[in-house]
Design a protein around this ligand. Structure first.
Ligand code: NAD
Length: 262
């Protein structure tokens, strides 16, 4: 007798933000049950309504609080089943330069972007290892690959690449894969404050992107869906820029160097 294959369960942190919403929509559209995790209960409830409550469950917690997060994910798992895919997406940046970084802002950025991701992994790691299968995708940033401002945030995002490699090597033999998606600029509410200060900021950034646009949240979700899938079964420990070619080279500088137009 063959039963219906169990529905894949995907946990998304930072689920109610710009990229998080696209992740939830995309994984739900792929047929997954989605654990919608963020710190604001009202926003989580609203997103679940939008996605269809039947295929989703809430895990309301702050990723910097390991105990609260473990409790919330544990309750969600009891309801919906063990997590097959984690997209560790919760993140954000504070100080833009070293000159404006304080001890407190440094700690805040590392706590949210690096330690928060580790807390998220710890809610699923033992289960994935016990079942011999699991995929983890971290949302890193091009800031983890090159100096583009926000130094503490960038250090945390660079740290995620190292952490993903450690998971890949230590738990690869147990069937766990861990990869990092490194977005360039993505049009999300994270830009709201800068867009309020300068409504043209995202349009001006386009000149740095060989593909001629900044990313939409769906571009990031598509790469995550691939890395989480069995099509990526041989990919682990990788950091994949999803940046319209930003990290491939510098078109503006190439033009200045060669006196040609690109
Ligand atoms: P966003 O501000 O729209 O969403 C961030 C989400 O994370 C929000 O829902 C917020 O509530 C949640 N969050 C923040 N702190 C949290 C905490 N302590 N506990 C639980 N949830 C928390 O931002 P976004 O642009 O969608 O960013 C998502 C991820 O993508 C982040 O890791 C960010 O660093 C990364 N990223 C974004 C860009 C970009 O240009 N937008 C570029 C590169 C990387």
């Amino acid at each position: 007798m063959t039963g219906t294959p169990a529905r894949r369960v995907t946990l998304v942190t930072g689920a109610t933000g710009g990229i998080g919403r696209a992740l939830c929509r995309r994984f739900a559209a792929a047929g997954d049950a989605v654990i919608v995790s963020d710190r604001d209960a009202g926003a989580v409830a609203a997103l679940r309504m939008e996605l269809g409550e039947a295929g989703t469950v809430a895990a309301v917690a702050d990723v910097t609080d390991a105990v609260a997060l473990a409790g919330a994910v544990g309750r969600a798992v009891a309801e919906i089943g063990p997590v097959d895919v984690l997209v560790a997406n919760a993140g954000g940046a504070s100080a833009a330069s070293i000159a404006t970084t304080t001890e407190a802002s440094w700690r805040r950025d590392l706590e949210l972007n690096l330690t928060g991701a580790m807390h998220s992994v710890e809610t699923v790691r033992a289960g994935m290892v016990a079942r011999g299968k699991g995929a983890i995708v971290f949302i890193g940033s091009v800031n983890g690959l090159a100096m583009l401002g926000h130094p503490a945030y960038s250090a945390a995002k660079a740290g995620l690449i190292s952490y993903a490699r450690a998971l890949a090597v230590e738990f690869g033999p147990k069937g766990l894969r861990a990869n990092v998606v490194c977005p360039g600029t993505v049009r999300t509410p994270a830009w709201a404050e800068r867009v309020a200060r300068d409504p043209q900021v995202l349009d001006r950034l386009v000149k740095w992107y060989p593909l001629g646009r900044v990313a939409e949240p769906e571009d990031i979700a598509a790469a995550c869906l691939f890395l989480a899938s069995d099509d990526a079964r041989m990919i682990t420990g990788a950091a994949l820029p999803v940046d319209g070619g930003l990290m491939a080279g510098n078109r503006v500088m190439a033009a200045e160097l060669t006196l040609e137009s690109f």
